[in-house]
Design a protein around this ligand. Structure first.
Ligand code: SF4
Ligand code: SF4
Length: 253
C-alpha cells in the first residue's frame, strides 16, 4: 500500500501533546522553563532477542537491567513533554516558534517512530486533505519513501538507546526505583524544569555507581497485577491512578 501525504499546517499535532524527547532535546526544552516528565515502566527480563527482530532488539537496547525482589527486570525510562492545550512554541499563525530546534518527533509526524510500527492515517491527527493521492509519497509497502525522514527516525531511536545509561543514573540521582508494569501504566515524575536540566547534565557526566543494585518496585492500580507480581517473588505497590501513576486501566484496588 502506498500512502501519500502533504502537511496542511493545521497545527493539530501541536495541541494536547506528549512528545518523546532525547536527553539533548529535553535539556533544551527544560532550560527554556518548559516541563518535561519522566515516564518509567518495567517488564520481566527477557531472553536475548533474535537479531532479526528489530522491535525486540530496540526494547532490549533502550532499557537497562535491574532487580525487583527476586525478579530480574528491564526498566525503560522516557523523557516526554505533556501539554493539555497548545504547545508553548505554537504561534498564533499555527507555525512552530522553535522550528530549527523542534524535537525530532515533531519533524517526522505523522510517521510512527517505533520500529515496525505501521503508519495508519486514520489514527493520526492530520485532516483528510493531507492524504490526497496527488500529494508526494510518504510510505510505500510500509517503507518510508524519504531518505531524510528515515535518517531522522533512525537518529531518534539511536538517541533513545544511547540515553538509557544516563537515565538509569537519573533514577539514582532522584532516588526513584518505582516503575509501572509495561503495557499497564507508567510511574510519572514531574521535576522542576531547572532541576531536570541540571540532573540530566550531571547524569551524563558522572559515574553513578554508588548504588550498585537498587531494588525496584512495580507500581500498579490493579490488585490482581500486584498479587501476581508478589506471588512471583516481585515487589508491588498498589496506588490509585493519578498521583504520579499514569494508568492504562481503571482502578481495581
Ligand atoms: S515544538 Fe513546534 S512542531 Fe513541535 S509540537 Fe511544539 S509547536 Fe509543534
Ligand atoms: S496534524 Fe498533520 S497536517 Fe496538521 S500540522 Fe500536524 S503534520 Fe501537518
Amino acid at each position: 500500500m502506498t500512502v501519500h501525504f502533504g502537511c496542511t499546517q493545521c497545527g493539530k499535532c501541536c495541541i494536547g501533546l506528549k512528545l518523546t524527547l532525547s536527553i539533548d532535546e529535553a535539556i533544551v526544552w527544560s532550560e527554556q522553563g518548559r516541563p518535561v516528565q519522566i515516564l518509567i515502566e518495567a517488564r520481566p527480563q527477557f531472553d536475548a532477542p533474535d537479531p532479526e527482530d528489530e522491535l525486540a532488539r530496540f526494547e532490549l537496547e533502550r532499557t537497562f537491567p535491574a532487580v525487583c525482589g527476586d525478579l530480574p527486570i528491564r526498566v525503560g525510562m522516557v523523557l516526554a513533554t505533556a501539554f493539555d492545550g497548545p504547545c508553548p512554541n505554537l504561534q498564533p499563525d499555527l507555525r512552530c516558534g522553535q522550528y530549527e530546534q523542534r524535537p525530532r518527533i515533531c519533524r517526522t509526524y505523522p510517521l510512527p517512530a517505533r520500529p515496525l510500527a505501521q503508519l495508519e492515517p486514520a489514527s493520526r491527527l492530520c485532516p483528510p486533505e493531507a492524504w490526497r493521492s496527488d500529494l508526494p509519497v510518504l510510505t510505500t509497502g510500509g517503507e518510508i519513501a524519504d531518505e531524510d525522514m528515515r535518517s531522522i527516525i533512525a537518529d531518534h531511536r539511536r538517541a533513545l538507546i544511547e540515553d538509557a545509561p544516563a537515565l538509569q543514573a537519573v533514577s539514582k540521582l532522584l532516588g526513584c526505583f518505582r516503575a509501572g508494569l509495561a503495557d499497564e501504566g507508567f510511574v510519572v515524575l514531574s521535576p522542576a524544569p531547572a532541576d531536570l536540566a541540571k540532573g540530566l547534565r550531571r547524569a551524563r557526566s558522572e559515574e553513578m555507581s554508588q548504588i550498585s543494585k537498587p531494588q525496584w518496585t512495580y507500581v500498579t492500580n490493579r490488585r490482581s497485577t500486584a498479587e501476581t507480581l508478589r506471588a512471583g517473588g516481585g515487589m508491588a505497590e498498589l496506588v490509585p491512578a493519578g498521583h504520579g501513576y499514569l494508568a492504562g486501566f481503571a482502578d481495581d484496588l
